[in-house]
Design a protein around this ligand. Structure first.
Ligand SMILES: Cc1cc2nc3c(=O)[nH]c(=O)nc-3n(C[C@H](O)[C@H](O)[C@H](O)COP(=O)(O)OP(=O)(O)OC[C@H]3O[C@@H](n4cnc5c(N)ncnc54)[C@H](O)[C@@H]3O)c2cc1C
Length: 403
């Protein structure tokens, strides 16, 4: 079977990985270099965690994600994940932490509630005033985004991926399974998958409501030197409120000696804009955007005025209604994934596997699309979909045989 993937972010690459494992031929077309530094997937880290507010379908999907990343690490020959654990906080009136705790309890996912004394004893980096709820999960951590993209690219090139980089796709013909390239050429396959992230609506304008580019700001910080060791042992911090809040990615040194920085950001959606605008111009983070990220952290972290801003980055992701990922048929020979809404990276490997099963006809497309959209499926439904059952049945060395 021949497939074309439009977009070489984490979604396109993971779909390519899974399709190669199923024995499909894959041509991946990327408009920029790969990785595209302006894409959603490019930064030191992306987080994976079980707490998910009331979104139980996605909390349950985290199990599938961890299983799937393990398959990817085996293929890559390296684990590009650093476990940190997860600390969830909230102020009075914010219900995300309480919803997450209730849902984790219902799902049987281990976590520990912390009272003010326990919080103060374990996390002296925090100012406990104003924290109404806190709990800790043993699991959760850092997916090393840039390293994963780089490693996957080379793994796939070694296993027969055909990569066309610096080549934009200008049109998709989902009846014929064809794309038109910027140089006028037409390429044809059995299936086309569009995974264009925040550029989705530029290629498929009908999907503008399902993939609104949202401008986000992330700030790298240097803590006061005497707090550095505590940060290297700290879990990821999630303080996600309706109106305010932030999350912090703790610094780490990975097994291969890479220094991963302390980063804070938030989960509120920003203004829309052009994801392709160059970094030197309007992509630069403005002082007011940086201050909006720092303000909630200033309330929670002791001695925050002694922290130094090292770097601030802007990044676009594409937002769908209710933050539900979209996997849609464009025609008999074409499909699109979009709407990753700021929480897609953690699932990319299992989404890639599920989409590959659907595109090759080994799982029911509509059922896979529901699962990808965060629908809460019962354990009875999942094997019937071929989602978990099918994924787990993939032979670990299929990619080698087609190299
Ligand atoms: C600041 C920030 C923090 C985040 N934190 C997390 C987190 O902690 N955990 C988490 O799970 N997720 C997180 N996310 C979300 C996650 O990064 C995204 O869900 C994911 O990277 C989306 O990947 P993608 O492949 O869909 O998009 P992209 O990485 O943008 O890839 C799309 C690619 O398609 C290419 N392309 C577009 N149009 C065309 C065309 N016409 N022809 C050829 N190529 C084309 C683009 O150049 C681009 O390389 C975060 C996102 C941001 C911005």
């Amino acid at each position: 079977m021949k497939t074309i993937i439009v977009g070489g972010g984490i979604m396109g690459l993971c779909a390519a990985w899974a399709l190669r494992r199923l024995g499909a031929e894959v041509t991946l077309i990327e408009q920029a270099s790969l990785p595209n530094p302006l894409g959603s997937s490019v930064d030191q880290h992306r987080l994976i965690r079980y707490p998910y507010g009331a979104a139980r379908g996605y909390a349950r999907m985290v199990h599938a994600a961890y299983d799937s990343w393990e398959r990817l690490w085996r293929d890559l020959g390296v684990t590009l994940y650093v476990e940190t654990g997860t600390l969830v906080l909230s102020g009075p009136g914010d219900d995300w932490a309480a919803q997450s705790r209730t849902m984790l309890a219902a799902e049987g996912i281990q976590h520990e509630s912390l009272d003010a004394a326990a919080l103060a004893a374990r996390f002296p980096l925090l100012d406990g005033a104003g924290i109404a709820e806190a709990f800790q999960c043993e699991h959760g951590g850092i997916l090393r985004a840039e390293a994963i993209i780089g490693s996957l690219k080379h793994h796939l090139l070694d296993r027969g991926l055909r990569l066309l980089s610096r080549m934009r796709v200008d049109a998709v013909d989902a009846e014929a399974g064809a794309v038109r390239l910027m140089d006028g050429r037409r390429l044809q396959a059995d299936q086309v998958l569009v995974a264009a992230g925040p550029w989705t609506a530029a290629l498929l304008p009908d999907l503008a409501e399902m993939a609104r580019p949202s401008r986000q700001v992330a700030v790298y910080l240097a803590p006061p030197p005497d707090l550095a060791v505590a940060w290297y042992h700290a879990p990821m911090l999630l303080d996600i409120g309706q109106q305010t809040g932030f999350y912090a990615v703790p610094p780490r040194v990975s097994g291969d000696g890479m220094r991963l920085g302390l980063k804070i950001s938030d989960h509120r959606f920003g203004p829309t804009g052009d994801p392709g605008a160059p970094f030197a111009g309007e992509r630069q983070a403005r002082p007011d955007e940086i201050e909006a990220i720092l303000a909630p952290a200033r309330q929670r972290l002791v001695r925050f005025d002694e922290y130094r801003v090292v770097e601030a980055r802007t990044c676009f992701y594409d937002v769908a209604p209710e933050e539900r990922f979209q996997f849609r048929r464009l025609g008999p020979r074409g499909a699109v994934f979009c709407g990753s809404s700021g929480h897609g990276f953690k699932f990319a490997s299992c989404l890639g596997e599920a989409m590959a099963l659907a595109l090759t006809g080994q799982a029911d497309f509509a059922a896979v699309a529901d699962w990808i959209g965060g629908a809460l499926l019962t354990p009875m439904d999942q094997p019937a979909l071929g989602v978990f059952g099918g994924i787990n049945a993939l032979p670990a060395s299929a990619s080698d045989s087609s190299a």
